[in-house]
Design a protein around this ligand. Structure first.
Ligand code: GLC
Length: 691
């Protein structure tokens, strides 16, 4: 049951796909107060309340006890004290033994979620705009609340199957030769690979939709060559359009007035990688259609995947900001710069990036109405993703394409996936990666992943190996790093064979992972869930922060500490531990519910299968198309009758349905043998453990 409450004149964000009538009567749970324009929703928190949600936000799976800010920002230092990251996913799920409800605050402006930070037993949610729609969702279980939200906000984006392959990326690949070398090195060493990302250096002078002729002489020929090697090219597209006469995107945008403007109507200028740039006003249909059509150039050349970046939008500085900064600095030039002046002077330049004054200085148009950008700030990335997705659909409505973005808002989950931004090569960021999975899933962002190995800072061999062991499960499995950091392609390391072996596990699990992903997408469910969703009565399980449920059958619990030779795991029920070393190399241990220490050498990764459940395993492959999803080995600890609903499809069509893709795999345990059946699948049962 969903109730809708409107406050002021809510901005039409496009987050929901079902128009609900506004509810009359009092708003449950929250006390509401106004302070100037801001609206405050207070809620007292009981001792046992857990607060889930907020999608791609910092800190725990249980968000209680801290402050979170919805203000999409390009901040590449994800320390524990950061309140805002790249996305605004304003959904909370309050859960305890005595109550369970969801609240979606559909407001694209600045919001604060004080979830027991100021006062440990009080949540205060503040909308600075004061205009919003609040949806209160009441269902019997957390999973049903999430499904309700997702039916309200629409079906999640479906990537092509190849997008579940391993992807190599780094800021610094400059040419066909660089990319070719990456693919060759992987193929030579039999490290599975399905794609290579092309970061900003493939462009001519960082101009969107151009290709540097010196590095990439003929993109369409090169796409063909890469396709022959079973590798997809995935170029980056940034939000800012370089200011340059004669550059068609700039010229057309100016001519038709497609860019965001200052109050006086002149185009707003901010600087990002290309230097001075304009920012398309993606809130307008005609601007999205125009920008989306530009993707066709690369699609025509054979590209079938993109990542959209810098779309918070990131601003290194603005035209006005830099002028002000120089003036301030000049005024201080002849001063005796003491300690206070020094910090002021330093701040003059340091505060130029992503400065709130800049976001208040330009305007967009939504539904024919002019709005100051800061009031709709958190929609910018979402609508860029929508522009790209609509452009791709216009190009070919029958073919799924890879698309993931940095900045997002609920609603963008219908158009693309996300990656978790510029993390660090820190052990704590493996854990952060894990914690974001269920929260992102709740908000509909099923296709997601973090930069494996860490983006900023220098990785280490063991960090990368352990991170890959989590990456095996994340829908987007991409190794990405920043220029200037230690090179982090698998083959750079002495442990490369162990790393390769772990990637082979991904390809062995691919039929299962794809099946669970698609079932979650097509039923508005979660592929990853907090343990509380599955074991609401188990108080220990409800508080677990470093293990998550995967699909209907599994639990994952990666190692995220350096030098660890294993980890403690809590099993809410009996489970079968699979300790993987490579696609065909693993052992199985039935374990009883309770606390366990699990030995895991650096090259070993755990997967837990619930007792009574079975999952399919392929023989693997060096790219997704080489994985035979019709010849499967069943793995699990089964009872007299176990079954698995296996979903598969051609991995590309957009018209998919559960009914068409499902095969029911059933397992029978006889006196002396175990047999399995499932449509036209060839099934092997020798890896099944019986009671
Ligand atoms: C941003 C992106 C990062 C990319 C870099 C250069 O920092 O988040 O992934 O490599 O820009 O394009």
């Amino acid at each position: 049951m969903i109730h809708r409450y409107d406050f002021g004149s809510p901005i039409h964000t496009g987050a929901v796909v079902r128009e609900l009538p506004v509810s009359g009567g009092a708003i449950p749970y929250f006390m509401i107060s106004r302070e100037h324009d801001a609206l405050c929703f207070s809620l007292s928190l009981d001792r046992d309340d857990i607060v889930f949600g907020l999608g791609e936000a910092n800190r725990g799976i249980n968000k209680r006890g801290h402050l979170y800010t919805s203000w999409n920002i390009d901040d590449g230092l994800h320390t524990e004290s950061k309140n805002a990251l790249y996305a605004a996913h304003n959904f909370l799920l309050i859960f305890s033994k005595t109550r369970c409800f969801g609240a979606f605050f559909d407001d694209p402006g600045l919001m604060h979620f004080d979830l027991g930070y100021t006062k440990i037993d009080e949540a205060r949610i503040i909308s600075e705009n004061g205009d919003l729609t609040l949806y209160i969702i009441e269902e019997a279980t957390p999973a049903e609340i999430v499904s309700s939200l997702r039916r309200l906000t629409g079906r999640s984006y479906l990537p092509p199957k190849w997008a579940f392959g391993y992807i190599q990326s780094r800021w610094g690949y400059r040419s066909e030769a660089d990319v070719r070398a990456i693919v060759d090195e992987h193929r030579k060493r039999r490290i599975p690979l399905d794609g290579v990302c092309m970061d900003i250096d493939y462009m001519d002078d960082y101009m969107d939709f151009t290709v540097d002729p010196a590095g990439f002489e003929n993109l369409s020929r090169f796409c063909g060559e890469m396709a022959d090697s079973h590798a997809h090219l995935i170029p980056i597209i940034d939000a800012g359009v370089k200011e340059k006469k004669g550059y068609d995107v700039c010229d057309e945008g100016l001519e038709h007035g497609y860019f965001c403007t200052y109050e006086d109507g002149t185009p707003f200028v901010g600087a990002v990688w290309p230097g001075r740039s304009f920012f398309p006003d993606f809130l307008r249909d005609e601007v999205r259609a125009w920008f989306g059509s530009k993707y066709h150039r690369l699609l025509d050349a054979g590209v079938d995947g993109f990542w959209n970046d810098m779309n918070e939008p990131a601003l290194f500085y603005s035209e006005n900001g830099i002028k002000d900064a120089y003036e301030k600095a000049m005024r201080m030039k002849d001063m005796n710069v003491g300690i206070h002046e020094f910090f002021r002077l330093r701040a003059v330049f340091a505060d130029m990036a992503n400065n709130p004054n800049d976001y208040e200085s330009f305007y967009q148009t939504l539904d024919g109405r002019r709005v100051r950008h800061d009031q709709v700030h958190n929609l910018y990335g979402a609508f860029m993703t929508r522009a790209a997705a609509e452009g791709m659909t216009a190009h070919n409505p029958d073919c799924r394409r890879l698309l993931f973005a940095r900045s997002s808002y609920i609603g963008a989950h219908r158009y693309g996936g996300v990656w978790q931004g510029d993390n660090h090569s820190w052990w704590s960021h493996i854990l952060l990666n894990l914690k974001m999975l269920p929260s992102l899933n709740m908000c509909g962002f099923l296709y997601n992943g973090a930069d494996i190995g860490g983006f900023n800072g220098d990785t280490t061999e063991d960090l990368l190996l352990r991170w890959l062991q989590l990456g095996v499960f994340t829908p987007l499995m991409r190794n990405h790093s920043c220029q200037g950091t230690r090179e982090q392609e698998i083959y750079r390391f002495s442990l490369q064979e162990k790393m390769r072996d772990i990637v082979t596990v991904r390809y062995a699990l691919l039929p299962y992972l794809y099946s669970e992903f698609m079932k979650a997408a097509l039923t508005d469910g979660c592929m990853f869930r907090p343990l509380a969703f599955d074991y609401p009565e188990d108080e220990t399980a409800c508080r677990v922060e470093d293990q998550v449920m995967l699909g209907g059958e599994c639990m994952i619990a990666p190692v995220y500490q350096q030098n660890a030779r294993g980890r403690y795991v809590y099993l809410p029920e009996d489970m079968l531990l699979i300790r993987f070393r490579a696609a065909g190399d693993y052992d199985c241990f039935p374990l009883q519910a309770g606390h366990h220490w699990i030995d895991l050498d650096l090259h070993e990764m755990p997967l837990f299968i619930r007792r009574g459940c079975v999952i399919p395993l392929s023989r693997g492959g060096e790219w997704v198309d080489a994985v035979d999803a019709k010849d499967l080995t069943l793995l699990g600890w089964i009872g007299a009758d176990s079954a698995y609903a296996f979903y598969d499809d051609d991995g590309l069509s957009t018209q998919v349905s559960l009914a068409d893709g499902l095969t029911r795999i059933t397992v029978r345990c006889g006196e002396d043998d175990t047999s399995a059946h499932g449509g036209n699948l060839t099934l092997h049962t020798h890896k099944l453990i019986t009671d």
